[in-house]
Write a protein that binds this ligand. Structure first.
Ligand code: KIV
Length: 279
């Protein structure tokens, strides 16, 4: 853990109060061991619905279910001791009505121990955000490129260039005014991200947005080089664990084929060692 990592665990209100301060550090996690790895350095750990693509090989996040989020959320909770845990509401679990959103947010929080939910959408979701917040569900917003809307957006394109900037800015303002404690800005131009960050009263968390945001989020498997199916421009690789794993697996396979593994130190003697004797 670095000397600068903040402790103890922030609440959604603490995160909100970090507006304009030291940038918030956010990573995804989907499993207990990865949650343990990211806990010390992150202010917020997001159980993203990206789990569907990253761990389950789905072509998009559309097939992610409540059951998947509950399973991964509970696993992440067991690995965290201090970071704030936020969990994504999957496609179809909140868009129908504020009541549907509350029912599913309650389930996610109760069954995983998450302190807050994240949902995608701007103006069209503002009423739902206000409904949840008024009933004790802290909400993180998500505007710009909203991957659950890939079919209406026509792909995973940058959002908010040119005249479209006003739409994205209005979305961010709407969810912030509705009570979101922070808003993810995904794949929006640098200038627009800075403008929104200046305009809204809660922290912006950028992904493919701007260093001027109040925080940054990446998918942990992307930045570790573990997810290699594709690599968005906004991903910086801090390690090449996928390549390291491939080399390790190739080494194991070669050792097995050459009978170099297991070696003497990995096998058991026919006689049990005498107690107290040196092994
Ligand atoms: O699902 C996810 O991982 C996300 C982040 C990339 C913001 O929504």
């Amino acid at each position: 853990m670095s000397a600068t990592a903040p402790t103890p665990a922030p609440s959604p209100n603490d995160v909100k109060a970090r507006k304009g301060g030291v940038p918030l550090v956010v990573l995804t996690a989907y499993t207990t061991p990865v949650a343990r790895l990211v806990d010390a350095e992150c202010d917020v750990v997001l159980v993203g619905d990206s789990v569907g693509m990253v761990l389950h090989g789905l072509p998009s996040t559309l097939g992610v279910t409540m059951e998947m989020m509950v399973l991964h959320g509970a696993a992440v909770r067991r690995g965290l001791t201090r970071a704030l845990m936020v969990i994504d509401m999957p496609f179809g679990s909140y868009e129908e009505s504020p009541a549907q959103a509350f029912r599913n947010a309650r389930r996610l929080m109760a069954e995983t121990g998450a302190a807050a939910v994240k949902l995608e959408g701007g103006v069209s979701m503002a009423e739902t955000v206000a409904f949840l917040v008024a009933r004790g569900v802290p909400v993180m917003g998500h505007v710009g490129l909203t991957p659950q809307a890939v079919n209406t957006l026509g792909g995973y394109k940058v959002q908010g260039r040119g005249a479209d900037a006003e739409r994205i800015a209005a979305d961010a303002v709407a969810v912030a005014d509705a009570g979101a404690f922070a808003v993810v800005l995904e794949k929006v131009p640098d200038g627009l991200a800075r403008r929104i960050t200046a305009e809204i009263a809660v922290p912006t968390i950028g992904i493919g947005a701007s260093a001027g945001c109040d925080g940054q989020v990446l998918v942990v498997d992307d930045m570790l080089g573990l997810f290699t199916a594709f690599r968005p421009k906004f991903v910086k690789r801090y390690a090449e664990l996928g390549a390291a794993a491939e080399a390790a697996i190739a080494g194991y396979a070669a050792d097995v084929r050459a009978r170099r593994f297991p070696a003497a130190e990995h096998v058991f003697a026919d006689e049990a060692p005498v107690k107290g004797a040196r092994k």
